[in-house]
Design a protein around this ligand. Structure first.
Ligand SMILES: [Zn+2]
Ligand SMILES: [Zn+2]
Length: 451
């Protein structure tokens, strides 16, 4: 039997190798498959069944019997926004990605308000999120989007994963006294911030104790849990990939609207240390606006942005990819043509060929204009004068300076290539305009397989 070495020891050496993830996975035995006989030991009864299933069901029943007044609706929306900001600006962009520095006052405010979202203590949330970024789309990613839509949305919170999440460094958080303070007091913070405080405001403010508890308390938690989960599910399934398509993250306005700007997830996975998720001024990213505002009033500093030049490289690569696909979908002049020289061309056989078929020599190529004679805008007679002759000068201005479209079309009529004193491809003006700029893969250039 082969010896299984400790994961940490092996990982240090393995990190340099290409297949780091499979090496890590090979060292750990997955949990057994879920069956009817073991399912009850394979689910999280607290955070999963109680919080994600029973609590929402009870809340819906309570909401059915609780009228929703205008003041409570507005309060629920405001408090939802505040709690969500604790997650997006705090848990995510500050603690998980260190995309800016926050004063102690702002850190306390974010640590306290985020408890209203009931998404676990900072250190637990960040550990999972850093693993998600480091091992995206693999079995070490706790919300691996390649396992379907439901797994990253809710499955991972209810069912115990078959694999432990990949190891990540959270030592910075363990040194942060505010993060540790939140961890120690988390149960109390949840009770106060998620339920008691919103109930108190609605009760003392306009006498709606029950509505405050049901809507601004419980229903807000449920909506927030699902909208946050949309970043793991919807944002990995729907939308565009403007910066990279190696992994599943995608940009979509819909997800951004649900998640206070976290929906520009393709950008975020490419440039995770950037305090912005949306880089264009018109894109919806209120979390970015809040962080920027905090920096203007001295609550935040050192807002990190990725170099614009590198961001443009990402988007250019994707544009080139799209153009390459479009280019591949078009028909281009034939590349593999027979090569002939002047001597062969002037031979009696070829001269007679030219009499049978309307062959023209232009810019080093032989063109067969049989299907085009009647369609020549300048008339068939003009073409006939040049059959079997070099019409290069005539085509490029001697008789008429043809359009780019005419030049592109001419290239499609090539049937042979001259080798000798007739230039072809040496003058830029002889290259069909449609081929002056091409998207070519590096691999093809190195193989010299370009035409
Ligand atoms: Zn993601
Ligand atoms: Zn992130």
């Amino acid at each position: 039997m082969t010896e299984v070495k400790p994961a940490v020891g092996k990982a240090e050496g393995a990190e340099a190798t290409e297949n780091y993830v499979s090496l890590l996975l090979a060292q750990e035995k997955p949990r057994p498959p879920i069956t009817w006989s073991n399912w009850w030991t394979e689910v999280y009864w607290g955070q999963g069944i109680a919080l994600m299933i029973i609590m929402p069901l009870c809340t819906f029943v309570a909401a059915y019997y609780t009228p929703l007044c205008t003041n409570t609706t507005i309060w629920m929306m405001i408090y939802y926004f505040m709690s969500a900001m604790g997650i997006t600006a705090g848990y995510h962009r500050l603690w998980a990605h260190r995309s800016y520095n926050a004063t102690r006052a702002l850190q306390y405010a974010l640590a306290i308000i985020s408890a209203a979202a009931v998404q676990g203590p900072i250190v637990w949330w960040v550990r999972g999120h850093r693993a998600h970024h480091r091992y995206t789309d693999t079995d070490l990613d706790p919300y691996n989007a390649r396992r379907g839509f439901l797994w990253p949305h809710i499955g991972w919170l209810i069912v115990k994963p078959r694999r432990s999440p990949g190891k990540v460094d959270v030592s910075d958080l363990k040194r942060n006294d505010i993060v540790i303070w939140q961890l120690r007091h988390y149960p109390w913070l949840v009770l106060v911030m998620a339920i008691a405080f919103p109930t108190l405001i609605a009760g003392l403010g306009w006498g709606d104790w029950k509505g405050g508890c049901v809507y601004a308390g419980f229903l807000k938690i449920i909506i927030l849990q699902h909208t946050t989960s949309c970043v793991n599910s919807v944002a990995h399934w729907f939308g565009e990939t403007p910066f990279d398509d190696k992994h599943t993250p995608r940009d979509h306005l819909f997800t951004a609207l649900l998640t206070l700007g976290e929906g520009y997830h393709n950008f975020h996975h490419q440039f995770p240390m950037d305090y912005r998720n949306a880089i264009k001024w018109y894109q919806y990213d209120p979390t970015k606006w809040l962080i920027w505002l905090c920096s203007k009033v001295g609550l935040a500093s050192h807002l990190k942005t990725f170099p614009e030049n590198e961001i443009h490289k990402g988007s250019l690569s994707m544009e080139l990819k799209r153009l390459h696909k479009k280019q591949e979908g078009l028909i281009w002049p034939q590349g593999d043509l027979p090569v002939v020289n002047w001597a062969t061309c002037k031979s009696s056989h070829n001269q007679s060929q030219a009499k049978l078929r309307p062959l023209l020599y232009i810019a080093g190529f032989i063109h067969d204009l049989e299907s085009f004679m009647g369609e020549h805008p300048g008339g068939e007679l003009l073409l006939r004068n040049y059959i079997g002759k070099d019409a290069t000068a005539a085509f490029f201005g001697g008789v008429y300076n043809h359009s780019n479209a005419a030049h592109n079309l001419l290239a499609m009529k090539r049937v042979g290539i001259f080798h000798g004193d007739v230039p072809h491809g040496t003058k830029e003006s002889y290259i069909p305009p449609g081929q002056l700029l091409r998207v070519v893969r590096m691999k093809k250039i190195s193989n010299q397989d370009v035409y």
